[in-house]
Ligand binder design. Structure first.
Ligand code: URA
Length: 219
């Protein structure tokens, strides 16, 4: 399950790995966690279609368990290539496993909601929405932390301004978005990339589905 959303998004949201429903549908966050994610984004306000959502691992771990370190390592080049091609300015990680992929020394209970620099991007670690569904205090943290997204975007603009080699600014993205209104993204994408991202350009469904999230490791 490669992910879905806008291929010119400034924000990439990275969960842990597909659950049962995501595996079936080939789309990320289609269950109850996805509904909460949509609600959290709506408060900013940001639409799901304006970000790119993917996972650290691309296949569903058996029995909905947490991805193992070697599974994260096996999917590393895939996610790296996605980040290279989409070049997001802000990376939002959901849950501990996703945060550790970028920030191995991090502790989700201490670092959630912090605006961090990672390589030439901004990293905003959040709790996993599935943890928010189980624990009202974590849901509150999520509701507060997600409101830091505009600040994270501002920080990424400053970072881009400081780094002359930074590939994309938010202004560039706005321009790209305007262009996309007249040209379909598929048509702008070189053949090899189009093949890689073809499944990502499918329309998303926000239909309520049975939850298939993993039960462990969200804290
Ligand atoms: N949980 C995740 O981490 N990713 C998904 O895509 C769905 C649920």
């Amino acid at each position: 399950m490669p992910g879905s959303g806008s291929v010119s998004a400034a924000i990439m949201i990275i969960g842990e790995g597909p659950g049962f429903n995501e595996d079936q549908e080939g789309l990320p966050f289609v269950g109850r966690s996805g509904k909460l994610l949509d609600e959290l984004l709506a408060a900013v306000p940001i639409a799901r279609e304006d970000v790119f959502i993917t996972n650290v691992v691309k296949c569903r771990p058996p029995d909905n368990r947490d991805p193992l370190p070697d599974e994260v390592a096996a999917c590393r080049p895939y996610l790296e290539r996605q980040m290279e091609l989409l070049d997001p300015r802000v990376v939002v990680t959901l849950g501990r496993v996703s945060m550790l992929r970028f920030y191995p020394k991090g502790k989700i209970s201490e670092d959630h909601g912090k605006i961090l620099e990672w390589e030439d991007r901004i990293l905003l670690p959040l709790y996993h929405p599935a943890a928010g569904l189980r624990n009202p205090a974590i849901k509150q943290d999520l509701q507060q932390d997600v409101l830091r997204l505009p600040e994270a975007i501002q920080a990424s603009i400053r970072l881009s301004a400081d780094s002359p080699n930074a590939a994309k600014t938010i202004e560039t993205q706005e321009q790209e978005n305007e262009e996309q209104e007249i040209t379909r993204p598929q048509d702008q994408t070189p053949a090899a990339e189009a093949q890689l991202f073809e499944p990502l350009l499918k329309n998303e469904t926000t239909e309520e589905k049975e939850e298939g999230d993993r039960q462990l490791g969200m804290f």
